[in-house]
Design a protein. Structure first.
Length: 274
């Protein structure tokens, strides 16, 4: 079964590979697309994964995920992470309540402030909701290193459970400040864009897998890239997005077996830099 890591603020164990829903789950009522996505989630759950990450920014993704969780009778298996992405207290409350309806969940496991939008206002509400049991964990997100200064400041000044940031073998800015800070502050880390939005993986697909991939039990470049991310001790979970069951099968294999040491991580960086 998939490896798990403790959420620093509680010690609860979280499976290390989840599923992002940006673009891939925004399929509306398309029955064929929903059927494929149901298979994606089945693969995730059967491998021992649980984390699904979404946002009201992602079109119909929250509603589609909620529909599929009900169809699969999987609401007890999932760790739902979504976001608030709006200005103002009342607008934030309305949006979060809609997210709960869309996910068909009695509570949200992790509510995050998407791209730090109106973060002071929303964080106060998140704390109230956490205290009342409507959400279990709170966090902040961003997807670009240009915002890391603001993310750093919030991590230092506020008590949060999670930070979600971009990090990959060719986008390593998080290694300098945020990942060490998360470890220091006891903040869980969710990693988005482990394939650099898909461009990194696309550039590697037709290249032969190096022999050293066997040392970390990898049979694909996707697994190598995910294991690079997971090898950092501050990382709690990685959420590659996919709408294809075969890609999910590939991704979840990064959640088991060995991880690269410092020397092999350097080889991975060198390989993707060619």
């Amino acid at each position: 079964m998939m490896n798990k890591r403790p959420i620093p603020s509680t010690g609860e164990l979280l499976p290390v590979v989840g599923c992002g829903t940006w673009r891939t789950f925004d399929v509306g009522d398309d029955a064929a697309a929903q059927a494929r996505l149901a298979e994606v989630l089945k693969v995730l759950f059967e491998a021992g994964g649980s984390v699904i990450d979404s946002s009201p920014m992602y079109g119909s993704s929250e509603a589609v995920a909620g529909t599929l969780l009900t169809r699969l009778n999987a609401h007890q298996k999932v760790f739902v992470a979504t976001k608030v992405w709006t200005q103002g207290r009342e607008a934030g409350i309305t949006q979060m309540e809609e997210s709960m309806r869309r996910f068909q969940q009695p509570r949200i496991d992790l509510m995050q402030i998407h791209n730090l939008l109106d973060w002071r206002t929303q964080l106060a509400t998140l704390r109230d909701w956490k205290a009342s049991g409507r959400i279990r964990y709170i966090g902040i997100t961003h997807y670009t290193p240009s915002a890391f200064g603001d993310v750093d400041a919030i991590m230092r000044s506020e008590k949060i459970d999670f930070v979600q940031i971009d990090y990959s073998a060719d986008d390593r800015a998080a290694e300098d400040r945020l990942l060490p800070l998360a470890a220091e502050r006891g903040i869980g880390v969710v990693i988005n864009q482990p394939f650099s939005g898909g461009s990194l993986l696309a550039g590697l697909r037709n290249r032969p897998l190096p022999d050293w991939a066997q040392e970390i039990d990898c049979t694909s470049w996707a697994q190598v890239l995910l294991k690079y991310v997971l090898a950092h001790p501050a990382v709690t979970c990685v959420i590659p997005g996919t709408g294809k069951p075969e890609y999910m099968i590939d991704n979840v294999h990064a959640g088991v077996g060995r991880y690269p040491d410092a020397a092999l991580r350097k080889q991975i960086v060198a390989a993707v830099s060619v």
